[in-house]
Design a protein around this ligand. Structure first.
Ligand SMILES: *Cc1c(COP(=O)(O)O)cnc(C)c1O
Length: 390
């Protein structure tokens, strides 16, 4: 196995021979980034108001087809507010995959609610709707129009599908479950800008959704996020809550509830406007990179490239190799790749195994537990997908 891994490391390294080290995902600022950021500095509009915030929100809504976008400081804040505006209350339970970035769980706790972990499917790496349905039949009951966990007595208020590495979850059966079990859907679309489910952009299906523009995401604002929703009233409320719940007035400072200072600064939004101009190009290159990786692993028994489910068009944010854990030891895989300057990483430690979540309710998580020893993300920067002569 050692030889196969060495060969794999060399081949990936050779995708970009001019670089000594191939990062997992590099931001690219070759367009109007400097110009728009300089404009903020020259005009003095760097902070909480300015035209780029409005423009970035407008462009996001236009690109995704979601009615409204509210730009915020990061994806975690976006998740927090998305959960809050749809009505997640203290003591509620919220169904989330255990196979996700820690922010999904933390945002639930910020609302005073309890994460309730469910398993994922091997074909999407996101929540398995069929397993979820069976689980709900076991542990939940709908009473007075709310879903109640029979074991804890708590209300299960919402479910948060996360589109892992940009690959859309199977949303139709999940929406069906939400309908029948009185659950509210909030999409964690942090990784899926540019990904479509049956032709519709992710983020359109939840009552509210969250996106992230952190440095390693498909586009970046330095740090940033957005709440997306097709409900105008919810969007207005999200804007109000993320701007300290201040009542509009030319000089008075009055606030009508506990708000948050979560608004995205203008200078970050300027970066975002420029980044959005590259988005289609990034996606195209990332999709070309899939073919390169496919050729690269050809003939290697026990190594598979994760491909988008048939109902989806994915942004392929992070390229994903799935190693057969009976043949490969994941630590050895990661050590070999990283030692050869091919930056690679395992999937997040499943949340139910983190100490601060270990007492949270959970379903059978056998697929999640298996995947943690199989998933390796490999270098995914858009330029790696370019043809040599481009
Ligand atoms: C990146 C990410 C977030 C949060 O993003 P930040 O902008 O880093 O706060 C949330 N959920 C998932 C799945 C993510 O990948």
């Amino acid at each position: 196995m050692r030889d196969v891994l060495l060969e794999l490391a060399k081949k990936i390294k050779n995708m970009c021979p001019e670089k000594d080290f191939i990062p997992l995902h590099e931001p690219i600022f070759t367009g109007n980034e400097k110009k728009y950021v300089a404009d903020c500095i020259e005009t003095g509009w760097v902070s909480s108001v300015g035209k780029y915030v409005d423009e970035f929100e407008r462009l996001l809504a236009e690109f995704t087809g979601v009615k409204r976008a509210v730009a915020v400081v990061n994806g975690t804040a976006a998740l927090h507010i998305a959960l809050k505006i749809v009505g997640v209350q203290p003591n509620d339970e919220v169904l989330i995959p255990s196979l996700t970035f820690v922010a999904t769980g933390n945002a639930v706790v910020y609302c005073g609610a309890v994460p309730h972990f469910v398993d994922v499917s091997k074909t999407t790496l996101g929540i398995d709707p069929f397993k979820l349905e069976d689980y709900l039949k076991d542990i939940a009951i709908v009473k007075n129009n709310v879903c109640v966990n029979k074991q804890t007595g708590k209300i299960i208020r919402a479910v948060v599908p996360m589109h892992t590495f940009g690959h859309p979850v199977d949303l139709d059966p999940l929406l069906d479950i939400c309908e029948r079990w009185n659950l509210i859907m909030v999409e964690d679309a942090a990784e899926s800008l540019g990904s479509y489910y049956k032709g519709i952009h992710t983020g359109n299906f939840g009552k509210a959704s969250a996106m992230s523009f952190n440095g390693n995401k498909i586009i970046t604002t330095g740090g940033g996020g957005a709440i997306l929703t097709n409900d105008e009233k919810l969007a207005d409320y999200a804007k109000h809550l993320t701007t300290t719940a201040k009542l509009p007035h030319r000089w008075k400072y009055e606030h009508d509830e506990i708000g948050y200072n979560y608004r995205m600064p203008n200078i970050n939004a300027a970066l975002g406007c420029a980044q959005l101009e590259h988005l289609e190009d990034f996606i195209e290159k990332k999709r070309q990179l899939v073919n390169k990786y496919e050729q690269l692993i050809e003939g290697h028994h026990g190594i598979k490239l994760f491909k988008e489910p048939e109902f989806a068009k994915s942004n392929y944010w992070l390229q994903t190799l799935i190693f057969d854990e009976k043949i490969y030891n994941i630590d050895e895989v990661l050590e070999t790749l990283n030692n050869h300057n091919v930056m690679s990483r395992p999937v997040w430690k499943p949340l139910h195994l983190l100490t601060h979540f270990q007492n949270c309710p959970k379903a059978d998580l056998s697929i999640t537990e298996q995947l943690q020893y199989q998933i390796v993300n490999v270098p995914s920067s858009p330029y790696l997908g370019e043809d040599a002569d481009e």
